[in-house]
Ligand binder design. Structure first.
Ligand code: ZN
Ligand code: ZN
Length: 407
């Protein structure tokens, strides 16, 4: 890939993505796949006047080795020095950049039960730190190709060609055009307009139907609001959490979901594939699930904790989005969730509640925001999907028809 194009992309992530502020600390999480690009991002962050840029590298085979040899007790331990680091980041509020590149099958064979148990043990310790940073810091997830990922997406191509092709696909999906920053300004304006329309409807519930048998009604939080595109942190800094993004989304009300929903794309969950699955909801809870591939993983997922069987997100993405139209299956949620309407099991987003700045997390949960250690998106959109909104005044408005915006 041409260096000048990659430079534009690095700049997009730093400026439009996290919007690095003068004197701010920047934290970059990256795999070992594209070190030269990581260096570009770091340099662009310094050019945007970052005070310091810290890079945290990860390597999937190493993760596997740790899980294999560390005891569950050690994996479940959070040391004092780690708490001190988390405390430091709560004070400093760095801008976080996540560059994803990992192999969708990279954790195959890992003892997931052990990982789940360790996560369950550390979650209550880590959560208060996360809650304190929530909505205060800017963050951005973007992607770079790894070899194994590229081979998974383009199995017919030799390694070098597959990586190049994945670069092209990532950059096209991320609107890295002649002037990416302008393209993102325009895109954000469009998403903001759609969210405003949806918010005006004052939607009480959504009814999803599709030819595959999906027939699901999901209730909304009264004070809920649709979000999409860029976001503003509580420090007042505008940033884009996801590059790319195509969705308008909201957190539904816990306890209000009835009916059945069928997946329309495979789901890569913790390095393992779940495919051709369905969930039946009663009283908001997934009471029955089934899958042709990965049924055990799916069952494991919905029983991670109490909230894992409830919904945390309803997102609208037209089939006419660039990612859907590319026809590429990325095996990565950042892209695949932007190809299709989706739901998420697990945690909801507090910032989809009006005036969340002045509410505590507990208040948000009382209003019906779901809470869980997981948040897993799964795709349900297709060409035959219709969505009808029942509004507060009793009217029913079709907002999606045959997989695309009806307004
Ligand atoms: Zn989403
Ligand atoms: Zn989500």
């Amino acid at each position: 890939m041409k260096k000048s194009v990659l430079r534009d992309y690095a700049k997009l992530i730093v400026r439009t993505g996290v919007n690095v502020q003068k004197g701010q600390t920047v934290l970059v999480h990256a795999g070992l796949d594209q070190p030269e690009f990581v260096q570009m991002v770091v340099e662009e962050a310094y050019r945007a006047k970052a005070k310091e840029v810290i890079v945290e590298w990860s390597y999937q085979p190493l993760t596997k080795t740790h899980v294999r040899y560390k005891s569950l007790k050690t994996m479940s331990t959070v040391y004092e020095w780690e708490k001190a680091r988390l405390e430091h980041y709560c004070q400093v509020l760095p801008a976080r950049i996540h560059l994803v590149s990992s192999d969708p099958d990279g954790l195959k064979g890992v003892n997931m039960a052990k990982v789940s148990k360790a996560n369950q043990a550390t979650y209550p310790i880590l959560k208060p730190y996360r809650d304190r940073r929530e909505n205060k810091e800017q963050w951005c997830i973007a992607a770079v190709p790894g070899v194994a990922w590229a081979k998974k997406v383009f199995p017919g191509l030799p390694k070098g060609k597959a990586v190049e092709k994945l670069w092209e696909s990532i950059l096209a999906a991320s609107r890295v055009t002649e002037d990416p920053i302008q393209a993102w300004d325009d895109h954000n304006a469009d998403l903001a307009k759609r969210c405003a329309y949806l918010n005006n409807l004052n939607i009480r519930s959504l009814h999803y139907t599709a030819a595959n048998g999906t027939d699901l009604t999901v209730g909304m939080i009264e004070e809920g609001r649709w979000c999409g595109g860029g976001d503003t942190s509580l420090q007042g800094i505008y940033f884009n959490p996801n590059i790319p993004t195509e969705e308008c989304f909201i957190s539904p009300r816990k306890g209000l979901a009835e009916g059945i929903v069928h997946s329309t794309m495979p789901l890569s969950y913790r390095g393992q594939l779940i495919d051709k699955f369905w969930l039946r909801f009663e009283g908001g809870k997934a009471v029955e699930v089934g899958a042709e591939v990965g049924e055990e993983q799916l069952k494991d997922m919905v029983s991670m904790d109490e909230g894992a069987a409830y919904l945390g997100e309803c997102a609208l993405v037209p089939q006419a989005s660039p990612i859907c139209e590319s026809g590429i299956l990325y095996y990565n949620t950042l892209f695949d969730e932007n190809a299709s309407c989706h739901l998420a099991l697990g945690s909801g987003y507090a910032d989809t509640i009006k005036d969340f700045q002045n509410r505590t997390m507990d208040e948000c949960h009382e209003m019906g925001l779901n809470e869980s250690m997981i948040h897993v998106d799964f795709m349900i959109g297709c060409d035959t999907m219709n969505i009808d909104a029942t509004c507060a005044d009793g009217s029913v408005v079709r907002i999606f028809e045959n997989g695309n915006w009806a307004f």
